[in-house]
Design a protein around this ligand. Structure first.
Ligand code: FAD
Length: 495
């Protein structure tokens, strides 16, 4: 089937983070060359979570011309340097997945090879000592550094972020229509989406429709039935409950992911409050038990009602089908463990813009979009599965199920390669780079059996200098950084 439409009238269905991120980027980039309408329903509301992000969002914000001071102030954001994983390998142990690199690589081998060689030569310092972002996070410090020497993301208030994006999008010409979509009308000849009918009788016609209706997936699934690949045999958590609490201490520059016997809990510190949630597998924990557990472990007074959310991890088989593209939760969901959903929205939106033609949409563009978007999702899925599979926990049926599960060949290969040789290779535009894989694999207890021989070519003296210089640089830089919370307060005050 060949598409026959020129995407001049673009309609976005849904105004959560996905809808407004799409609207903002499209309005900013394409301006008056398109007619942009976004429909959302205040009565339905948004999913109300999605507060921890990863570094590419910094670029997205720059791309849409967002001033960082204003953004931080309006969304009550804090800086994020990584995620701390507690109780994932075994109960009582923790590790950190940071956004920065650990140590300096040699062109032929990653830093871990030199560090491992050092360990055999009596250098007992931890791998963590060589990572600036990790050390700054644990010291509770942050500042922007010249040449982007510190790699960071944000922890933000999702509702405020959507409102902020809305103002930006509307100021660049996006038209917002409040109302509930009651029917998605298909063109009887082409089978494409022709219009959205709202409860109040309004009809919104368009050439290209972007489905941002969240888990409902009203257009891509409800009308076009593209199908869903269920990945819950790999990622067994299928429920979450979120609650907000008042801050009890200055916000730290990282997110916490604390494993429990049937899933994990998050803590995301913002300027004005903390986001908390429990993610779990409904086979092993009931909703009431999960809520009780969440409420008994949060710090500070709750300032929202618990928000119960159900999901099935997986992906729509086609992300772009006919004249409809799914963006956000309508395209699939892989649980929030590594804060990747907002990033997938960003990737989808930027890809749509790159692939928009002057004339009619070509099927080859649609195929390319699907291939790229799904490749991202497969790669992220593998990285998430790693956290569950590579565990030494056997203390509950949930963890035994994770440890025993079959995993994709692509992940099995990656683990085997690292275990045998200490090597990780980043494929194509894979989101998670070598450092992420190394930190999580080692954190989860996978230690390489050997390392690259190039590391042994350094004399003892060179190796000592190589390692100590880097450790000292990290320590010196961290010592010179201001406290994170003081920096945020100053930064948000600045214009
Ligand atoms: P929603 O926020 O659900 O928005 C859907 C929109 O569609 C709403 O505006 C709604 O009104 C509209 N709508 C629906 N039906 C209709 C209708 N009939 N008529 C009119 N309008 C309609 N991502 C991260 O990157 N980091 C995180 O830390 C993170 N944590 C998460 C934790 C949990 C428990 C979950 C479930 C998700 C998390 N995510 C996270 C994902 C993140 O929340 C979403 O990717 C993001 O909020 C985008 O959601 P959305 O806009 O697709 O959907």
């Amino acid at each position: 089937m060949t598409p026959h439409y020129t995407p001049r009238r673009i309609v976005i269905a849904g105004g959560g983070t996905a809808g407004w991120m799409a609207a903002c980027a499209l309005a900013r980039t394409l301006g008056k060359t398109i007619e942009l309408t976004l429909v959302e329903s205040d009565a339905i509301g948004t999913v109300g979570v999605g507060e921890s992000t990863i570094p590419p969002l910094v670029k997205y914000n720059q791309l849409i011309g967002m001033d960082e001071n204003t953004f931080m102030r309006e969304t009550q954001a804090t800086f994020k340097l990584g995620i701390e994983f507690e109780n994932w390998k075994v109960d009582g142990e923790k590790y950190f997945h940071s956004f920065g690199a650990t140590g300096r690589d040699h062109w032929s081998a990653g830093f871990q090879h030199f560090w491992m060689h050092g360990q055999t030569q009596g250098h007992t310092e931890s791998f963590d000592d060589y990572c600036l972002e990790l050390q700054a996070a644990y010291a509770g410090k942050f500042a922007h550094l010249p040449d982007n020497r510190i790699n960071y993301a944000y922890q933000l208030d999702a509702t405020r972020y959507a409102a902020f994006l809305r103002r930006e999008a509307e100021s660049h010409g996006a038209l917002r229509k409040e109302g509930k979509i009651s029917r998605v009308a298909l063109d009887s000849e082409t089978g494409d989406i022709a219009a959205l009918h709202l409860e109040d009788g309004t009809t919104i016609e368009g050439d290209l429709f972007i489905d941002c209706t969240g888990f409902r997936a009203l257009l891509i699934e409800g009308a076009l039935h593209v199908g869903y690949d269920d990945w819950s045999h790999y990622l067994p958590c299928d429920r979450a409950i979120a609650v907000q609490t008042e801050s009890v201490r200055p916000p730290i520059p990282y997110t916490r992911a604390i494993a429990h016997d049937a899933g994990w809990q998050w803590r995301i510190p913002l300027q004005h409050r903390q986001g908390n949630g429990i993610v779990y597998c409904s086979r092993y924990l009931s909703e009431d038990e999960a809520e009780a557990r969440l409420l008994s472990t949060v710090e500070g007074e709750t300032c929202s009602n618990p928000n119960r959310i159900r999901f099935t991890t997986g992906a729509r088989r086609k992300q772009w089908h006919r004249n409809c593209v799914a963006v956000g939760l309508s395209s699939g969901f892989m649980e929030p463990l590594e804060s990747t959903s907002i990033h997938l929205i960003q990737r989808a939106v930027l890809r749509i813009i790159r692939m928009l033609p002057f004339g009619e949409v070509a099927q080859s563009d649609v195929d390319e979009f699907n291939d790229q978007q799904l490749t991202d999702m497969y790669q992220i899925r593998d990285f998430l599965i790693l956290h569950y599979k590579a565990t030494e926990r056997r203390d509950s049926p949930f963890w035994r199920q994770c440890a025993d599960m079959e995993i994709p060949d692509s992940l099995a290969h990656k683990i085997k390669l690292f275990r045998e040789t200490g090597r990780v290779f980043r494929r194509e535009e894979e989101l998670f780079a070598e450092n992420s894989w190394v930190q999580v694999m080692m954190g989860q207890g996978i230690m390489p059996e050997s390392y690259h021989p190039v590391a042994t070519k350094m004399s003892d003296e060179e190796l000592t200098r190589f390692l100590s210089t880097q450790r000292e640089n990290v320590a010196r830089t961290v010592a010179g950084l201001p406290e994170h919370h003081a920096y945020v307060a100053r930064y948000c005050g600045a214009r």
